[in-house]
Design a protein around this ligand. Structure first.
Ligand code: EPU
Length: 439
């Protein structure tokens, strides 16, 4: 069956991505052609939250059409913002008066909603935000966000599932994070930019998305230095101005296509991707046998033989990101040899392993570790996407599995990918949507 006849049978439009939608993948080989990565989800969401810091009209470019962006738009709109999103351009109009409340219905659907806490406190001196619960990665506390904001003078109360913060005037201070948390670093930054005096964030997260957020804040008039290092200094300013900004490319999406190629072999171009944001991953993929080079229009990737197993451990940036791990485990599941994978960020982030085992993978996961023994071939089976990245990894597994793989709960994938199915299809993969089956 060719990918074209497959597409006419199942369709590849992302409009099929609904609750309970299912992706069907058949074993595919020799991907070729080019694909363009979208703007980084984990940048866009925080930049949208940061727009709360100053009233007026913003233009944000390179914004993907994904479910999490729609949820963040809904959240800002419930507070009073007006938002339009055409092609990849988003326009945000932030009014003078707003309701600084993030309701349960939205926070429960997207943890990143917590990013509004810092900006709301900085701008209005008060915020009421539903406390995010645990999720598929397990227990995910926000204690570092709260402790850091308390250092800047905020007092919190917690009742009926909501955290309420109050502060007369934020005062800069020194915050030492016990772990370089991405979310805590961002919330603190977005509060500190309007605080009185100097703030020092030590053991700060160094991810490229933090640097993008700081670029956005500085263009608004903030005075932040040290971004991309573990010590960030913020000199508070009185007010900020709305701006136009272009979001960095999504390194996790780029890693998804690199890994897809590892499952199928072939040669592709990933347009817009930036290797300087993913150096450690590239080193690991090179070790496995994936050839990756920065070229003018993006990144070229070539795979010509079976991959070799390696050991790896996830770490905060610049280490191998936890978000890449489901792809790497999937690659190891068909590589030659045994790989030991250690997860240092989210202990519970091995749930998809049971699904890979259903497809014939030989993996033993316990606590923070997984031992992956490469098998010659996987075997297509019905599986469920537990979260965005693990869902995408199961799609990748399907590319190298004999027969047909059906990935259910595919709406998880749409939270982070504008068109994973369409893009893989355009590279020659046999992939499409099955009509959603409602139970
Ligand atoms: N942590 C605490 N207390 C806190 C905050 C974090 O104990 O107050 C712990 C977490 O439980 C975890 C570790 O610190 O063990 C790191 O969490 P971090 O705060 O860095 O993660 P996050 O900000 O909640 C972001 C991304 C995740 C990505 C992680 C790690 C967004 C919206 N999410 O989450 O991305 O895995 O950083 O890099 O930026 C995804 O895109 O699908 C995704 C889950």
């Amino acid at each position: 069956m060719t990918s074209n006849s497959f597409s006419s049978e199942f369709g590849t439009s992302s409009s099929h991505f609904e609750e309970d939608s299912v992706i069907c993948i058949k074993q595919s080989s020799g991907l070729s052609g080019s694909v363009r990565v979208s703007g980084a989800k984990n940048s866009v969401l925080k930049i949208m939250a940061a727009s709360l810091l100053a009233p007026g009209k913003y233009v944000i470019n390179n914004v993907p059409h994904i479910a999490d962006v729609r949820l963040m738009s809904n959240l800002l709109e419930t507070m009073g913002a007006s938002i339009s999103h055409q092609e990849d351009e988003m326009r945000i109009d932030i009014p003078e008066e707003m309701t600084p409340v993030a309701p349960y219905e939205l926070v429960e659907r997207m943890r990143a909603s917590i990013a509004v806490l810092g900006p709301l406190l900085a701008r209005f001196g008060r915020a009421k935000v539903s406390v995010p619960g645990g999720d598929d990665f397990g227990h995910r506390p926000i204690d570092m966000h709260l402790k850091g904001l308390e250092e800047l003078g905020v007092s919190f109360t917690n009742s009926h599932g909501y955290i309420e913060g109050q502060v007369e005037k934020l005062i800069g201070g020194k915050v030492l994070l016990s772990f370089p948390s991405v979310g805590a670093t961002e919330n603190l930054l977005m509060a500190a930019v309007l605080a009185e005096g100097k703030t020092l964030i030590e053991n700060a997260a160094r991810e490229p998305e933090i640097v993008d957020l700081v670029d956005f804040l500085n263009s608004m008039g903030a005075q932040v230095t040290g971004e991309g290092t573990s010590t960030i200094q913020v000199e508070g300013v009185d007010h900020l101005e709305p701006v136009e900004h272009t979001v960095i490319p999504d390194r996790i999406e780029a890693a998804t296509y690199m890994s897809a190629l590892g499952m199928t072999g072939g040669e592709i171009l990933i347009e817009e991707a930036r290797l300087d944001h993913m150096e450690m991953l590239v080193e690991k993929l090179n070790e496995m046998g994936i050839e990756i080079n920065q070229v003018d229009s993006g990144v070229s990737v070539t795979v010509s033989k079976r991959l070799k197993s390696i050991d790896l451990a996830t770490l905060p940036y610049p280490g191998v990101a936890t978000d890449y791990k489901p792809f790497l485990v999937t690659l190891l599941s068909v590589a030659d040899g045994v790989g030991i994978v250690t997860e240092n960020i989210f202990a519970g982030r091995f749930r998809y392993v049971d699904e890979l085992i259903r497809m014939g993978a030989d993996i033993r996961a316990e606590g923070h570790h997984a031992v992956v023994r490469g098998v010659e071939r996987l075997s297509g089976a019905p599986v469920r996407a537990p979260d965005i990245r693990a869902g995408a990894a199961l799609v990748l597994a399907g590319l190298a599995a004999e027969g047909e793989t059906l990935v259910g709960a595919a709406s998880h994938i749409e939270r982070g990918y504008q068109d994973l199915v369409g893009n893989l299809h355009s590279l020659g993969a046999e992939i499409g949507f099955v009509n959603p089956q409602k139970n």
